[in-house]
Design a protein around this ligand. Structure first.
Ligand code: FPP
Length: 248
């Protein structure tokens, strides 16, 4: 959800006005992805590095997230969306963690789109946590001959059980992955747009999805697999299908 600050700056507004506008954009994108029946949408809301921002901005973002949950959870639930969080959530302030846990409990049985919010998230930290979880398991069970494979790693990530993103949308023109879903985006299509997140409208999302559908996906092979996929947004990541076959 990149570009909130710049959006505000261009209007001579404080950065927090950009974050408020960013929440409005998130609401539209979530609703549109759910209507399009994407199985999974991941929004990168707060990175491990974001704690380095001024305390007032961090506090505002935490309040904004709680406000968002309070206001939007009934409609998220009504639309059969399941809320999930990835990241080191145990390090979040207690009230934020409690609200998130309540939201996840409320929507736990929903069968529609999974809305994954990356909060206090970092891709390298996720891999470190996964490797340590595997080591703990190996030690606890005395599995001295154990060898990990790709499935072992995937199953110990925060995203275990979720499809890998097919499309990674990066707003505000940044040409970086910025520590987002490092393992999971191995085969994701990248879409970079100059549009700042608060201006990332339904029309801009549809443009990104149309662009994705034109891509030829070969997964290292020769055959063309056009427009099949799951999606994530680094700004947002979208996951279009649950089909994990055909990886090579
Ligand atoms: C990136 O813009 C945005 C963020 C770091 C915060 C986004 C989080 C929220 C709006 C909280 C609510 C969350 C949800 C899921 C509704 P930036 O500040 O890095 O902008 P810049 O790159 O222009 O400075």
């Amino acid at each position: 959800m990149d570009g909130n600050g710049r959006w505000a700056q261009r209007r001579h507004l404080p950065r927090i006005a950009g974050h408020r506008a960013g929440v409005k954009a998130a609401r539209v994108i979530i609703e549109t992805c759910a209507r399009l029946k994407l199985p999974c949408l991941t929004l990168y809301a707060f990175s491990l590095e974001n704690w380095r921002r001024p305390q007032a901005e961090v506090d505002f973002l935490m309040r904004l997230l709680r406000e968002y949950l309070k206001r939007e959870l009934p409609s998220i639930h009504k639309n059969n969306i399941r809320l999930l969080i990835i990241g080191r959530s145990e390090q979040l302030p207690d009230p934020v963690r409690k609200d998130i846990e309540a939201g996840m409990r409320l929507t736990a049985k929903n069968t529609g789109m999974k809305l994954v919010v990356a909060l206090n998230y970092g891709g390298r930290a996720e891999l470190v946590d996964a490797f340590n979880a595997i080591l703990d398991q190996v030690r606890a069970n005395g599995m001295s001959a154990f060898r990990a494979d790709e499935q072992t790693i995937s199953e110990h990530l925060y995203t275990a059980g979720l499809p890998d993103p097919d499309l990674l949308i990066r707003t505000s023109g940044e040409m970086r992955v910025s520590n987002f879903l490092l393992w999971q985006i191995a085969y994701a299509e990248l879409y970079v747009t100059e549009t700042l997140w608060p201006d990332f409208s339904r029309a801009r999302l549809l443009e990104a999805l149309a662009d994705f559908q034109k891509r030829e996906r070969r997964y290292g092979g020769l055959g063309a697999a056009r427009g099949r996929g799951r999606a994530a947004v680094a700004s947002a990541a979208a996951h279009k299908s649950n089909d994990t076959s055909g990886r090579g």
